[in-house]
Design a protein around this ligand. Structure first.
Ligand SMILES: [Zn+2]
Length: 419
């Protein structure tokens, strides 16, 4: 059997396994949550109302139903682009119009991205104005949603366009080790985004105001000092403009951090609870989780670019995925797009590994927060946040192992009590 046919078969088998596994996990989650809907688990009988518990169950079930559609669409889109010839057709049409060259390659990437974006729109609308709306989380108007979409499109073109063009240019001009240069550029670009995002991009979508509450500001500053950080600014973000979900985060390099609270978080938590949530976030920095995550991303993308560097020179890589490569001109855009389409099908199976690592980090940050503030405050804050986000207290254990980047409330609270 030749390499091209082997790749086609591998893709089909992996895709079938991937889709079957996702449907099975979803079905497990639905069965488990629905099965526990009628009563609040004994451990929370005092703290969680039946209404809240059932809202969380219904929200989880609604998201699971939407996710069924998402899984099916994703698989169909992947097959459509690859084995059914979508990408090949788009490529041939553009070749006829524009002839080979850099402009055609950029047009291919652009066309692919736009088609993908349009296919994703109905589901995104259903999520925001269907599920989120029904459960009272959505605060967006259609106007704001459209404005976000337009801003996202312009930003995507302004930021994604040049980096895509740079990588395509390196693929053609930098010789056999182009992937090393491309990797370096990609990493530089990501680091730049980390710096640019909080100061330039985030303010395009939200308003940031200095924290007015002086007592809380003094508390937070004292906590940060105790933990060895300094606040470069305390801000409140108008998260309530879009969603009722609450959050807090830090940005910035080194020991000086810009702290951002969602207004939704401040409205809901006591000062002690805010402290505990912040201490949890500081715990991620103290345990170097962020550095580890960025380091892992660097290493994985290096492996990815090396693999792409090799695959892009193999004819079977194109033909096996339903595309006729040009035997004389450049196939760089094709290689890039096929790689982005095919890799997630195979990498899905190592997802649980990363989810497990992330959950371990959450436990470590919780332990840090308990040591620096109060376990009781963190516990009650977590319960409020899980409740407000309608996170189910009774997820399916296997579903959790696969997908959850944060441990379910029951596990976190039990662990906190045991510390
Ligand atoms: Zn965390």
């Amino acid at each position: 059997m030749n390499a091209s046919l082997t790749l086609t078969l591998a893709l089909v088998v992996a895709l079938l396994a991937h889709v079957a596994l996702k449907f099975w996990l979803n079905a497990r989650q639905v069965r488990h949550v629905a099965g526990h809907r009628s009563a609040v688990p004994a451990a929370y009988a005092q703290t969680v109302s039946l209404t809240d518990h059932q809202k969380a169950a219904d929200y989880t079930l609604a998201k699971a139903r939407l996710s069924q559609i998402d899984i099916a669409i994703d698989a169909a889109v992947l097959l459509g682009w690859t084995l059914l010839g979508g990408l090949d057709a788009l490529n041939q049409v553009l070749l006829t119009w524009m002839g080979p060259g850099m402009a055609q390659q950029i047009a291919l990437v652009l066309g692919f991205t736009l088609v993908g974006g349009v296919i994703g729109l109905p589901l995104s609308l259903m999520q925001t104005f269907g599920v989120e709306q029904r459960f009272g989380f959505n605060k967006m108007t259609m106007g704001l949603w459209l404005a976000d979409l337009a801003k996202g499109l312009v930003l995507g073109l302004a930021i994604g366009g040049p980096i895509a063009a740079l990588i395509l240019w390196l693929m053609g001009a930098a010789g056999p080790a182009w992937w090393l240069w491309a990797w370096g550029s990609w990493m530089g670009f990501n680091l730049l985004l980390l710096v640019v995002y909080p100061t330039f991009i985030a303010p395009m979508f939200n308003k940031f105001q200095p924290l007015q509450d002086e007592a809380l500001a003094a508390r937070v500053t004292a906590l940060m000092k105790r933990c060895g950080f300094s606040a470069k600014g305390l801000f409140v973000m108008d998260g309530s403009r879009r969603s009722a979900h609450a959050n807090a985060y830090f940005t910035g390099f080194g020991a000086a951090k810009r702290v951002v609270f969602y207004d939704t978080l401040l409205a809901r938590l006591t000062p002690g609870e805010v402290d505990a949530v912040l201490a949890h976030e500081l715990g991620h920095f103290k345990h170097k989780h962020i550095v580890k995550r960025v380091g892992a991303m660097f290493a994985m993308s290096l492996a990815g670019f090396a693999l792409l560097g090799w695959l892009s020179t193999q004819v079977w890589f194109y033909t096996g995925l339903g595309v006729r490569p040009s035997l004389t001109g450049a196939n760089d855009a094709l290689a890039l797009l096929l790689f982005m389409l095919a890799v997630p099908v195979f990498s899905f199976f190592i997802g649980p590994l990363f989810a497990a690592l992330s959950r371990k980090h959450e436990f470590e940050a919780d332990a840090y927060a308990k040591a620096q503030t109060s376990g009781a405050d963190l516990g009650s804050a977590l319960l409020k946040l899980y409740e407000d986000n309608a996170s189910t207290l009774t997820p399916d254990p296997v579903f959790v192992r696969f997908y959850y980047s944060h441990p379910p409330a029951s596990e976190r609270l039990a662990r906190l009590e045991g510390l």
